[in-house]
Each structure stands twice: as structure tokens, then as C-alpha cells.
Write a protein that binds this ligand. Structure first.
Ligand code: F6R
Length: 365
């Protein structure tokens, strides 16, 4: 039931600190500051030449963020595809390779077909799923479950952040096995993960400020989302959320691609939402924002206090997030992204839990 919330989507957004905390308890030895996977040493991370990930929609975006983590922390190359391409692409797969499938429902037709292709090609199959009795879970060699609980709203929210929490843990486990993570760094990453639910709770407190953006956003015909590094998949996710529940056209772009085309779209009618925690790439994104501002673009900036102070422009609005270590920040920055879409769709009177033309579980191609 919805409790005090108007929609399942709102309830599920508000459940996120709790379900991420719950999921992390299954993947971390919190007392000793170590990662501890529920399926033990079943995966031979050390000898992998690469990891192949596929999924659809929001689950695919979680996989895209995971790619940055596996590559940076574990030095493990990742190939990632949307499942509808992967299943038909006849991709060569490494001997004894590991193929990873991400699915909230565990029933998505294309993702399941990709799994069966990987199986036929001799891959070990790992899945990150929310429904442990699902077909994808049953056909996997190892299952990394997300403990988001049932997700009713058609737009995925809490399953996404739980997928990210699982991926953060898997990337750290892979890094430890591959010798690219010191014991000291493992402890500090685990401490950062443990602090996430508290930071997410603080991000939820920003909702009244986000609600104020809804009126302006509801007038837009198009919205551009920009980000770099792990904020790039969040830009894609922000655009998808807005499209599917408000029916406003939106695009997510890597900020560095701006001058390769989309900058031609910038005018005072198109809001540009920039996701930019003050991380190692912040200055690069700030210069992209300045390019947008110089062309009369209206910027909504999601950043932290330092980013707000150093962006070099006056955005139309700034959502100031709590300070945090940048590595796993997407797990917290996902929340304002979801709330922007939710508040805009509610302001426009849309049916956010049952958007037109969409099904919760896509069991046909
Ligand atoms: C977007 C959304 C969809 C799903 C996609 C995959 O909000 O919910 O894009 O993420 O249909 O579904 P699962 O994860 O069940 O395979």
C-alpha cells in the first residue's frame, strides 16, 4: 500500500535509504569494513579477461555506471550493451567468460534471450535481480539479489539504487580479488557505502526545492541532461524518467559531447539539467555549463556546496547536495534526478504510476 504517499513512485523514492541499507547488509561485513558477497567465492574475478554486461532501460544505466566502477577499481574491462542488441549481435565472447545480466523483474524478454545466448556460448552467468524466483534468476549460475522489495511504480527507482549498491560491492570484491584494492582502501570504500543511506535521507529533504522547479519544467518541450563520468549515465536516467512519466522529450548527453552537436539546440526555451558533484571532472563540466550559459541556456545544476561556489555561472536553480566521497555518489545523486521527473509529472497531472503505453515487465520483444 501507498501509506501517506500519493503514488507508489513517491513511496518507493522515500524507501530508498532503507532498502539500500538493507541490500548493503547482505554484501558487506560492516564490523570489519570488508565486502562479503552472499554467494562467496563462486566467481573467479582474478582470472577474468573481461566482463560482459547487458540489460534494458534503467537496469542498463545501472550497468553503465557499474562499468566505470569495475574498470577503475578492479581494472576489469567491461563490454556493455542493451540486451536487444546483444542478443542478435553475434558477439564473440571470451573462453570461460563472465556474463552479467541486470533486471528488476527478472523476466525481461530481451535480457533473458541475451542470457541464453551467453549460456550457449559457454559463459558463466551472474545476474543482478530483484525477484529471486524469476526466470533470469533461475537460469543463472550465481544471483546477486537486490533487496528493494516489490516495486509497483512502472518507473524504476528503488530497484535502480539497489542495483547500484550491489554493483559497488561487486566491483570492490573484484578489486580485492584482482589485487587492485588495498585493505585500507577497502575499509574506506566500505565506510563510504555505509554512509550512503544517511546521505540519501538528506537528499530526500531537498524535495520542497525540487517541487519549485516543476512549474518551469512543465512548460518545456525539450530538456537536455548533461554529466561526465558516472554522472553521464545519471543524465541518461534523468532523461528517461522525465520522458516516461511527464511525456516531455528529454535527452541525456555526456557533457563533453555538447560541442559535437547538441549545443546547436541551446536557447532560452530549453532547460539544461547538469549533474555535477565536485569530483575530478567538475572543472570540465563547469566549462561546458559556461558554454551553455553564454548561449542563453537556462541551467538547473545538481551539485554540492563546493560545486555551487565554483561553477563560474549563475544557474537558474541549484540543488545543493550534501558532501560525500565522489566514487559512489551516483547512488545519492539518483534521488534528485528521480524527484525532478516525479514532481514535474505530478504538477502536469500525469498518472506517474501507470504511464501511457508502458508495462512494468516487458516479457515480449
Ligand atoms: C524505466 C524502467 C524500464 C526498465 C526496463 C528493464 O523506469 O523501469 O526502463 O528498467 O524495462 O526492466 P527490468 O529491470 O525488469 O529488466
Amino acid at each position: 500500500e501507498k501509506g501517506n504517499h500519493r503514488h507508489f513512485m513517491a513511496k518507493e523514492i522515500y524507501e530508498q535509504p532503507e532498502v539500500v541499507g538493507h541490500t548493503l547488509t547482505q554484501y558487506l561485513d560492516m564490523a570489519n569494513g570488508k565486502v562479503r558477497l552472499p554467494f562467496g567465492d563462486q566467481i573467479d574475478w582474478k582470472n577474468l579477461s573481461r566482463l560482459t554486461i547487458s540489460a534494458c532501460g534503467t537496469s542498463y544505466y545501472a550497468g553503465l555506471i557499474a562499468k566505470y566502477w569495475f574498470e577503475k577499481l578492479a581494472r576489469l574491462p567491461v563490454e556493455i550493451d542493451v540486451a536487444s542488441e546483444f542478443r542478435y549481435r553475434e558477439a564473440p565472447l571470451p573462453d570461460q567468460g563472465l556474463a552479467l545480466f541486470v533486471s528488476q523483474s527478472g523476466e525481461t524478454a530481451d535480457t533473458l534471450a541475451g542470457l541464453r545466448y551467453a549460456r550457449q556460448n559457454g559463459q558463466v552467468i551472474l545476474s543482478v535481480v530483484n525477484v529471486p524466483t524469476s526466470t533470469i534468476a533461475r537460469e543463472s549460475d550465481a544471483v546477486a539479489q537486490t533487496l528493494a522489495g516489490p516495486e509497483i511504480g512502472v518507473a524504476s527507482t528503488k530497484a535502480f539504487v539497489c542495483q547500484l549498491a550491489v554493483f559497488a560491492s561487486l566491483a570492490l570484491a573484484a578489486a580485492r580479488a584482482r589485487g587492485t584494492l588495498s585493505a585500507q582502501d577497502e575499509v574506506s570504500h566500505v565506510q563510504n557505502l555505509i554512509s550512503l543511506p544517511g546521505l540519501m535521507a538528506r537528499a530526500l529533504e531537498l524535495e520542497p526545492e525540487i517541487e519549485k522547479l516543476a512549474r518551469e519544467l512543465s512548460k518545456a518541450k525539450d530538456v537536455l541532461y548533461l554529466g561526465r563520468g558516472t554522472s553521464f549515465p545519471l543524465a541518461l536516467e534523468g532523461a528517461l524518467k522525465l520522458k516516461e512519466i511527464s511525456y516531455i522529450h528529454a535527452e541525456g548527453y555526456p557533457a563533453g559531447e555538447l560541442k559535437h552537436g547538441p549545443i546547436a539546440l541551446i536557447d532560452e526555451d530549453m532547460p539544461v539539467i547538469v549533474v555535477a558533484p565536485h569530483d575530478a571532472l567538475f572543472e570540465k563540466t563547469a566549462s561546458n555549463m559556461q558554454e551553455v550559459a553564454a548561449r542563453g541556456g537556462r541551467i538547473i545544476l545538481v551539485t554540492d556546496a563546493k560545486g555551487a561556489a565554483e561553477c563560474g555561472i549563475e544557474p537558474e536553480a541549484t540543488i545543493v547536495m550534501p558532501d560525500m566521497d565522489p566514487t559512489f555518489a551516483p547512488i545519492v545523486y539518483a534521488l534528485p534526478i528521480q524527484m525532478i521527473a516525479y514532481q514535474t509529472a505530478v504538477f502536469m497531472g500525469k498518472d506517474v504510476d501507470q504511464p501511457r503505453n508502458l508495462a512494468k515487465s516487458v516479457t515480449v520483444e
